[in-house]
Design a protein around this ligand. Structure first.
Ligand SMILES: C[S@@+](CC[C@H](N)C(=O)[O-])C[C@H]1O[C@@H](n2cnc3c(N)ncnc32)[C@H](O)[C@@H]1O
Length: 488
């Protein structure tokens, strides 16, 4: 009864936004558009029901705004950090109770309060405060919406279930509420796994985790018509394609650059479904096999040939489908083992310990090996170049960074649709580097491309977008000044 009323309230609230919740075979609930939406339109935005920053022993963030500087620990619980009194005050209604329960824990046990445990503790505190009317509830902000989320309890494996049960016990020990239901907390951990969202900044760097129960009604597609971005802690879904009235709103839950098998793995493991979007239904078809071999396979022995390779019938080699040359499997394995050991044992350790110069040297060796091993459009080669780009930017080696950025762009253009935030952000990086290096014409081109994409995915009102638009204006003004000087 209570759920029906909550659902009716939600439908009424969504009606004003030209949306409705429906159900679709094999997917469960879904969000439908009741009018046409166009690229850049905000479909829905929502504040989190609860959220936590990704605090760890190496990095801490403010609980209110996720900032990393000028942080002070809450003097009560010594667990939660704030950047100042504004954030602390805004969070106090909820943190007051949390502070109380965390302070009861022995000091050394407080370190076991991981972000997921905190998220659950906060969920229960918010539910309590809403039921006691200390915090107001609305049609889009109430615990009934959390109750309606899918949990997939019958689909998760024993090991996972045991882990959730142990975590639920810990939450119960922290809260020490007599009415607490461990089975329900276990189920809520399972709900977090397939419904919570990673909160990112405008450049898609992860900051925290949040539960947005209305946004969680949106299903996945590897070729989505919408994108989820965050403005501070608010989740905003924008159309990236024309969505006609009656169509389902779809976002992507995963990194969509990758073969069908690569994409299906996390969807199956974390979200417990087999995707049948227009990209996934092509699995096993010749186009799909070709694309997988290009993105995740090896390059032709002839360095001038861009063909893709398929395993020979005897399994001893890989044959180029363009020129017919066969590459020996043993030779491939040898290089692949070298790359693996360099990446895992050396490069990433150097990177995480801040030895950027040495990390660059090792990643350059890896890149050389991968260039011999992988197809020019290979995703792993692109990821190595992406790491080199980031490291070189840290080291302020702008020219080299730009060269790597330019090498990644053709792969970005191939693996992402024309309007994708990561493609827009890569053009932005390219434009900034060109601008620093005095290539005004190049900067205008790249920044224009970045704006064309990011104004659709990110809107135009955030500080991030305002800065990008200002940079483009400056670059354009400089370009026209240079042109007029040439004309004189
Ligand atoms: C965030 S929820 C989305 C809303 C969900 N359909 C519901 O009924 O609440 C994620 C879950 O929805 C289902 N789902 C999402 N996208 C799907 C898709 N493309 N095909 C099949 N199931 C999907 C899966 O069960 C997944 O674990």
């Amino acid at each position: 009864m209570r759920e029906t009323a909550a659902m009716e309230d939600l439908q009424a609230a969504l009606k004003d936004r030209n949306l409705t919740v429906s159900t679709v075979e094999d997917k469960g609930r879904c969000l439908l558009a009741t009018r046409d939406f166009y690229p850049g339109d905000v479909i829905i935005s929502q504040e989190s029901y609860v959220c936590v920053p990704n605090n760890s022993s190496v990095e801490t963030r403010c609980d209110g705004c996720f900032a990393t500087s000028k942080l002070k620990k809450c003097s009560g619980c010594q667990v939660v950090w704030y950047c100042g009194s504004t954030c602390q005050r805004e969070e106090w209604k909820l943190h007051r109770l949390e502070c109380e329960v965390l302070s009861r824990q022995e000091k050394n046990k407080r370190t076991s309060v991981t972000p997921s445990i905190r998220l659950m503790v906060k969920l229960y505190i918010r539910r309590k405060l809403q039921s006691e009317k200390v915090i107001p509830s609305t049609a889009t902000d109430n615990y009934n919406l959390v109750e309606a989320l899918v949990a997939h309890m019958s689909d998760i494996n024993e090991e996972q279930l045991l882990l959730y049960a142990q975590m639920a016990n810990l939450v119960s020990l922290i809260l020490q509420w007599p009415e607490i239901n461990i089975k329900e907390i276990t189920e809520n951990f399972s709900k977090f796994a397939c419904n919570a969202h990673t909160i990112c900044d405008s450049e898609l760097r992860p900051l925290g985790t949040g539960l947005y129960p209305v946004i969680s009604i949106i299903n996945h597609s590897c070729l989505p018509n919408s994108v989820l971005v965050f403005e501070g802690r608010s989740a905003v879904v924008r159309a990236v394609q024309h969505i006609s009235k009656g169509s389902e709103v779809l976002i992507s839950y995963i990194e969509t650059a990758g073969s069908t098998m690569t994409r299906q793995k996390p969807l199956k493991e974390q979200y417990l479904f087999t995707c049948s979007c227009p990209r996934c239904v092509k699995v096993g078809q010749s186009d799909d096999i070709r694309e997988s071999a290009i993105l995740e396979g090896y390059r032709c022995k002839n360095e001038k040939c861009c063909g893709f390779l398929i395993r020979t019938n005897d399994g001893k080699g890989l044959q180029c489908q363009e020129c017919g040359l066969v590459r020996d499997m043993e030779e491939i394995k040898l290089i692949a083992t070298e790359v693996k050991s360099l990446s895992e044992d050396k490069a990433s350790k150097l990177h995480t310990t801040g030895n950027y110069q040495e990390a660059v040297a090792v990643y350059k060796i890896i890149e050389k090996f991968q260039s011999k091993l992988c197809h020019p459009f290979s995703i792993s080669l692109m990821q190595t170049r992406e790491k080199l780009l980031k490291l070189l930017m840290e080291l302020e080696h702008w020219r080299e960074a730009l060269a790597y950025c330019k090498l990644t762009l053709p792969v970005y253009q191939r693996v992402y649709p024309a309007v994708h935030p990561l493609l827009g952000l890569q053009y932005y990086t390219c434009g900034k580097l060109e601008w620093y290096l005095g290539d005004t014409e190049g900067a205008v081109k790249s920044l224009t491309r970045a704006v064309d994409i990011l104004r659709i995915t990110h809107g135009t009102n955030t500080p991030f977008m305002k800065e990008l638009l200002m940079k483009l204006e400056e670059a354009r003004a400089e370009a026209s000044y240079q042109q007029s000087s040439k004309d004189k």
